[in-house]
Design a protein. Structure first.
Length: 263
């Protein structure tokens, strides 16, 4: 135990920077940084990962800084790298689920019903909350949490701690990933959109043929029933489509990381 403490104290600045890089991902990630996880558990997990990477990647190059302010700037840059990787996971979880969920809710008549999302501290669509939970289950099923830790490992391997240089292209990459996640969310809602459009056309033809029918009485329950039926029928397709979502997410993390290393 004494040797471990002495080892950390001997490279305290390097260890602190490792903690900032790992903590940027852990604290803001929708996987490791969920609100219902105790803060002490997050701190211990961050410290454990930091020490693991500290032993795997011993300091070889001294970290150069002349003042405390300079060291704090390096800490901020390391924190931003972890947060940038977490940003990609956040948009692919939240935006995909909530975009698809909002469209589905509007189509089946749940648009005025929302549930409280503890993670994002906001009102979320009912179906969006369901899709978000399913994405989390599928993410753990494919060991995605291990892949996230592996991503941190690769960042330290390819870009040693303390050598980070921010690029002005990071904003363009973040915007492109945001648009891509939004497109995937719309693609997830397309079956419900198609069924809703088909029902609207059928209702229009029926109202022209039988004007006495009260479509508000018949149409709303029917749209709800058809929408839930189509949503349930497409769940197996969604589980297989989730692998594509995660593939896009990890490709986005690679692109975000490539901006930092200037690739």
């Amino acid at each position: 135990m004494t040797s471990v403490v002495n080892e950390i104290i001997g490279s305290a600045d390097y260890f602190v920077l490792l903690i900032f890089r790992v903590g940027g991902l852990v604290v803001t990630s929708p996987i490791f940084g969920r609100v219902n996880i105790p803060q002490m558990a997050k701190i211990c997990f961050t410290a454990a990962l930091g020490y693991m990477f500290f032993t795997l990647f011993p300091q070889t190059v001294p970290i150069t800084y002349s003042t405390l302010a300079g060291f704090l700037l390096i800490c901020v840059s390391e924190l931003l790298l972890g947060m940038a990787l977490s940003y990609v996971t956040n948009i692919f979880f939240a935006l995909v689920a909530f975009t698809a969920g909002q469209i589905i809710d509007m189509q089946i008549g749940f648009g005025i019903v929302n549930v409280y999302d503890v993670q994002n501290n906001m009102q979320a669509p009912v179906m969006g909350n369901v899709l978000n939970m399913m994405l989390l289950i599928m993410f753990f099923a494919i060991d995605g949490h291990h892949l996230l830790i592996e991503m941190v490992y690769l960042t330290i391997e390819r870009m040693p701690v303390g050598t980070l240089i921010l690029s002005r292209n990071i904003g363009f990459v973040a915007l492109d990933l945001f648009i891509r996640a939004f497109q995937i969310g719309i693609m997830m809602a397309l079956p419900i959109l198609a069924s809703g459009l088909t029902l609207e056309i059928a209702f229009g033809v029926l109202m022209r043929a039988v004007p006495q029918i009260h479509m508000f009485v018949i149409g709303i329950p029917l749209k709800m029933f058809v929408g839930i039926f189509v949503f349930t029928a497409t769940l197996p397709v969604f589980t297989s489509f989730s692998t594509r979502i995660f593939s896009e997410m990890f490709n986005g993390i690679e692109r975000m990381f490539a901006v930092f290393i200037g690739a």
